[in-house]
Design a protein around this ligand. Structure first.
Ligand SMILES: [Zn+2]
Length: 91
């Protein structure tokens, strides 16, 4: 997962959101998975992978996600990828 941490991925996250001025949420406007989370195709050092948009955002703006850790939105909006609204939950 650590290779998600690069500026190109950060730029792609920023290019796929609409900022909600009221909630300050960054609402994902790209593909949405069956579970209701944003998702994006990423090119990484190990190839191409599909990642949850909020996980890609966390990795791009905050830092590497520990193996097996879960990222959740503190605002409760599954489509939000604002790094300030993301927190990590360790198993
Ligand atoms: Zn939010």
């Amino acid at each position: 997962m650590n290779d998600l941490l690069n500026t190109r991925n950060a730029d792609r996250v920023l290019g796929s959101v609409a900022r909600d001025p009221e909630s300050d949420c960054w609402l994902w406007r790209g593909q949405i998975s069956n579970s209701g989370y944003g998702r994006m195709m990423l090119k990484t050092e190990s190839g191409t992978s599909i990642e949850s948009a909020h996980r890609a955002s966390y990795a791009s703006f905050i830092g590497p996600i520990p193996e097996g850790a879960i990222i959740r939105q503190t605002c409760g909006n599954r489509l939000c990828v604002n790094p300030e609204h993301l927190e990590i939950i360790d198993k």
